[in-house]
Ligand binder design. Structure first.
Ligand code: 5AD
Ligand code: SF4
Length: 425
């Protein structure tokens, strides 16, 4: 979501004659697009501001947008008096006000919901992978999560607006569409005629666009994986066989305390249904270790579920107490040392599972999408249908955007492959 917000802001400023620079000393405006989900991310923002202040032109405007703006509120100006603007995740469309009136401080952390989508100009051109937000905010209120506070209650965008953005992306360079939402599969919009649209309707309509070859969505809440959506994996070949569906913990005790009211049986049942719709479907998850009160036994249940589901790609985090959340006030906070040890153990297991899956792909022929040059500039990175990184030894300017690739080698982090033909998509 932050990547999308950043693209949207950059596009708006390009429309006003700005160009992008990586060099703080050259910039006329410096915008930190921020994440507040863990304390470390927030702290990094304020230490970065100090460093940037030393490098920037004295009259350059500097500000923060996104969830840290909302988390810190006006206190951000106290912590960093050099800030010219502080705009929350739903008010960054107000950025032009600071360009017009650079001497006044601009502050807005309102939760307007959909206003920004209507007020921002259309993106100038689409990246190959177009992120399309379909809903904003979250109603789940997991007890550890600051997102319901920073991004507000869940609101789904009108179906026609989403499709207008999707068609625009398709016409301006997109090959892959990634629908976005904190609770993306909870998408539900009823129009004035009383017709209700779900994520499955968006997928079906998008699959009809010729230039779009791949569709995915993130992030999904387990219990909102409705049958109509699961069915899309059976009927829409453009939908990638890959799904991020965070489980967070494998312990029913911890899930209850997290306010994630699903049983492991239900979760496993959803995975089974997905696999019967499309046998090669693969799942990724987010995990939190060291949630308040998590015992060794609770943690072992997390290891167990990871082995059972065989997540092919995961993000795991140490629990970080956040303001405006219930879990921060819970007793039995886990010491840092134990959190670190658990994270290490879980990561080792997840890496092993990922390596096994990557190795099982050797010899397969997969339709992959070009994702630019690798760090050295000598090779090209592709993304497989399971979103693995696949390195191909050809210069990026000679690389087709989408191609059939034979996987020749694998390790934990990535695959190697050779282009064997044009895409059949
Ligand atoms: N501490 C650690 N991880 C968190 N996440 C959300 N809130 C916290 C927190 N307080 C993780 C969850 C979520 C991902 C985006 O970030 O795993 O899925
Ligand atoms: Fe946060 Fe996701 Fe839970 Fe919503 S479902 S409260 S965004 S962790």
């Amino acid at each position: 979501m932050n990547v999308y917000d950043g693209q949207r802001i950059a596009s708006m400023l390009r429309g006003r004659g700005y160009t992008q620079t990586d060099n703080y000393a050259d910039a006329d405006i410096i915008i930190l697009n921020t994440c507040a989900v863990r304390a470390k991310a927030t702290d990094k923002v304020f230490s970065a501001l100090g460093r940037i202040r030393a490098e920037k032109k004295p009259d350059a405007l500097m500000g923060i947008v996104g969830c840290v703006a909302r988390e810190s509120g006006a206190d951000a100006f106290r912590r960093a008096p050099e800030l010219n603007f502080v705009l929350g995740p739903q008010s960054y469309h107000k950025l032009p006000e600071i360009l017009e009136n650079p001497d006044a401080r601009l502050f807005n952390i309102d939760l307007g919901g959909l206003e920004k989508f209507d007020e921002m100009p259309q993106m100038d051109a689409s990246p190959v992978v177009a992120y399309i937000p379909i809903q904003e905010g979250c109603n789940h209120c997991c007890t550890y999560c600051i997102v319901p506070y920073t991004r507000g209650r869940e609101i789904s965008r009108p179906f026609d607006d989403v499709m207008r953005d999707t068609v625009h992306a398709a016409n301006t360079g997109a090959i892959e569409i990634c629908f976005l939402g904190q609770n993306v599969n909870g998408y539900k919009y009823t129009d004035e005629k009383g017709q209700t649209y779900r994520l499955s309707d968006l997928i079906r309509a998008t699959a009809k666009l010729d230039t779009i070859k791949r569709i995915r969505f993130t992030s999904s809440y387990p219990t909102e994986m409705t049958d109509d959506l699961i069915d899309m994996f059976r009927t829409e070949p453009k939908l990638l066989p890959f799904l991020n569906m965070p489980i967070q913990s494998g312990s029913p005790n911890v899930l209850t305390k997290m306010n994630r009211p699903y049983t492991l049986d239900l979760y496993i049942d959803i995975v089974d249904k997905l696999k019967s719709a499309r046998p090669d479907v693969q799942i990724s998850s987010d995990f939190i270790v060291g949630f308040p009160g998590e015992s060794d036994d609770d943690f072992n249940q997390t290891l167990e579920i990871a082995r059972r589901i065989k997540y092919i790609n995961s993000f795991s985090f140490k629990y970080s107490p956040r303001p405006h959340t219930a879990a921060a006030l819970m007793p039995n906070q886990i010491p840092e040392k134990i959190k670190s040890a658990r994270l290490y153990e879980l990561d080792a297991l997840l890496n092993e599972i990922q390596r096994e899956f990557n190795e099982s792909c050797v010899g397969r022929e997969l339709e992959c999408l070009c994702d630019g040059a690798d760090k050295t500039g000598k090779y090209t990175i592709y993304r497989t249908p399971y979103m693995q990184t696949c390195i191909v030894h050809i210069p990026t300017d000679a690389a087709p955007q989408i191609a059939k690739i034979k996987i020749t080698a694998a390790n934990k982090a990535s695959l190697r492959g050779e282009i064997i033909g044009a895409s059949e998509l």
